[in-house]
Design a protein around this ligand. Sequence first.
Ligand code: SF4
Length: 310
Amino acid sequence: MKEREHVYGPIPSRRLGRSLGVSPIPGKTCNYACNYCMLGATNRMSGDRKEWFPLDDLLAEVDSFLEEGVGYDTITVCGEGEPTLYSRLDELIDGLHARQDKPVAVITNSGNMDRPEVRQALMKADIVLPSLEAADEPTWRAIHRPSPHISFPAIIEGLKAFAKDYQGQLWLEVMLLKDFNDSPDQLSAIKTLVDAIRPDRVYINTPVRPPADPTVKAPDHKTVQRAADLLGGTALDYLTDQDFDSAEEDPLQAVLTICKRHPMNRFELVHFLEERGVKDTEAFIRTLKAEDGLDTVTYCGIESYRNTRS
Ligand code: SF4
């Protein structure tokens, strides 16, 4: 099996099953610099929509993955930055549909929802998962630290317009952050927006992986459940993610590849190594931690590993 630059996984997802990732954007290129981002600080703040990588190269990697016959449930356009910054997103989705018949999902931070051409591209996806963390501008700015050209009222209007016309599955994601958006007033304002958008599903996330801003914390379980009840959503717990996969045969290279796009916590890492037949997992973790660019962060009392090497 080959290692690839833009296609990765499948990785486990509570919402999307075994999700094959397609990343059309260079590492941490984003129009937001969210305080909870599990990928670390935004390297390149950009609102530019362009063909960051040739479309043909992305689709050639998908073809090479499909030739291997590995099982998956969904193809998800996401990865290392905001995928709606890819100017040929509509053609990418068309290309994915032309090659296979599993659903195509797009995860977006909603920051480009004011652009008609972005809404038009997203119409082609089977599942769209936009984020909605705030119902007022100061909270939105505090959480997302957005690119200056983005207007909060405009993206909310864009999200509503998209929801009205979209024929696929709209699954709204709300990342709940202690003392940012978890007060009863905040949640009630978010609910008003959710009622206007009328998504098919609402997922409540919490930052269970080390966030870009180490002071960011997840609310307690009761608050998360209260939010899920109020918003009619499902609370997710990513600590139970398992079944990571990689085309790399060498376990160290496999872990480094996975941790570039999806940090693993210690439980997930040990489970992965046991599946790969690694006997001395402690020795492996020591070697891993000595790798250049490997960040070890303790968050919620659990070690997590993130590969920052470009
Ligand atoms: S969480 Fe997503 S939207 Fe926010 S900075 Fe990270 S990649 Fe960008």
